[in-house]
Ligand binder design. Structure first.
Ligand code: FAD
Ligand code: UDP
Length: 380
């Protein structure tokens, strides 16, 4: 019988942060159950044996936040480098900076454009992005049809396997549009990657001796052993928890194709997006560029890259992106209603809440969950 007072399912960001808070603030033992062979969830990285390069096994992860509280919390577990993410995009055989900024516009028009002229060019279509009912309308309202067709249409259709007119407008809100030469991908003041790697970061978050981590353990295989008096913090898929009784929520999955090349530098940067519909993958990651300060693997004559392909999710595959349609939101509401009738289980994380969260949002949600739902109801 598993009878610790607190059982956390999933050792990703959300589960690890909640477990750390329970152990260190409440001084209570906590069992963390993780079905994979490692902690860290999708942020997990490992050192590639052949090249010594740290590879993010579930796609590039850059920590970025505007929250002082999140930054203060996460940096307790190790320093971050000053890495600031830049993304380049190949479109029609030419290369541009994303998100769209003054440099992108100058490159598209092959001349110098002032910020004022950029403003005029971008608002060419004169429609209000706030009234857009789908992704295409919103993108055109924000950047005009030419840039939409160059950078958004093909990539979005590949990523979501849907016509952008059938997607909700908010997906595109993640990308800023700038009329300055700031070519950073993210606008947050705090950015970086863990100096000692994501694997070390999670090792430290989970290092409290009151935390027991059970790897390679699926919740399904031990759920009958959990004491009814335990509080379960569940960060797996909410529909799976309820045996899909109302049907399955839709996800997008990914396929990563790994290659080691005998060259010092494959593409000169961490991430290059391929925005043309004809190129089958969405982006190429080259991991050594996250750590130019690690001289040995950086200067070596080998490099590891990974091509990312978007895939339709089916049962048994890794679920990466929730598909935010009316059908899925209605289904989610049904599961959330059921969850309210299970007060001993707290659903959290991107799988448990069916949310498209960056790491900082997952940290913040976990800190909030601990304060408002766990500590608040704690009676010693
Ligand atoms: P997860 O990391 O998914 O953790 C959930 C854990 O629960 C997993 O380890 C899973 O194995 C485990 N689990 C599930 N079901 C069970 C079960 N039944 N039994 C036991 N264990 C179970 N965010 C950023 O801030 N910056 C980025 O650059 C960035 N890049 C991204 C790139 C990609 C390709 C993707 C898909 C996401 C990216 N994100 C990024 C988002 C980031 O991955 C998430 O914010 C973060 O992983 C959320 O953590 P989580 O704990 O909610 O979920
Ligand atoms: N997007 C695009 N072209 C790009 C990059 C992004 O059209 O080159 C769109 C696409 O719809 C994507 C969304 O913007 O799903 C959000 O992009 P982001 O890079 O934030 O996605 P993530 O890194 O989470 O996959």
């Amino acid at each position: 019988m598993l009878n610790t007072k607190y059982i956390v399912v999933g050792a990703g960001v959300f589960g690890s942060v909640v477990a750390e808070r329970i152990a260190s603030v409440l001084n209570e033992p906590v069992t963390v159950i993780e079905k994979r062979g490692h902690a860290g969830g999708n942020c997990y990285s490992e050192i590639d044996r052949e090249t010594g390069i740290e590879c993010h096994r579930y796609g590039s992860h850059i920590f970025h936040t505007s929250s002082d509280a999140v930054w203060e919390y996460i940096t307790q577990f190790g320093a971050f480098t000053g890495y600031r993410h830049k993304v380049l995009a190949v479109s029609g055989g030419k290369i541009y900076f994303l998100p769209i900024n003054l440099k992108t516009l100058c490159d598209v028009h092959q001349r110098f454009i002032t910020p004022e002229e950029a403003q005029r060019l971008l608002s060419g279509e004169k429609t209000d992005p706030a009234t857009a009912t789908n992704l295409e309308e919103k993108a055109i309202a924000l950047i005009g049809r030419e840039l939409y067709e160059k950078f958004i249409k093909g990539y979005t259709a590949k990523q979501w396997e849907k016509d952008p007119r059938d997607l909700p407008p908010d997906i595109i809100s993640r990308l800023p549009v700038r009329t300055s030469f700031n070519t950073d991908y993210f606008s947050d003041p705090y950015q970086g990657v863990p100096k000692d790697g994501y694997f070390k970061l999670f090792e430290r978050i989970l290092s409290d001796p009151r935390i027991s981590l059970l790897l390679n353990t699926d919740f399904k295989s031990i759920r009958h052993e959990i004491s009814p008096d335990s509080t379960v913090i569940y960060t797996g898929m909410i529909d799976e928890f309820f045996d899909y009784r109302f049907g399955m929520l839709e996800w997008r999955s990914l396929r990563f194709e790994w290659e080691t090349h005998r060259c010092r530098d494959y593409q000169g940067t961490t991430v290059v997006n391929y925005t043309d519909a004809e190129v089958p993958f969405t982006r190429i990651h080259e991991f050594k560029h996250y750590h130019p300060e690690r001289r040995e693997p950086f200067d070596s004559d080998k490099t590891v890259i990974c091509k990312e392909y978007s895939k339709t999710w089916s049962h048994g595959m890794e679920a990466y992106y929730p598909v935010n349609t009316g059908r899925n939101q209605a289904l989610l509401k049904q599961y959330q209603e059921l969850a309210r009738r299970n007060p001993n289980v707290i659903f959290g994380g991107r799988l448990g809440c069916y949310r498209y969260w960056d790491m900082d949002k997952a940290v913040l949600a976990a800190l909030d969950c601990f304060e408002s739902r766990i500590k608040e109801n704690y009676h010693g």
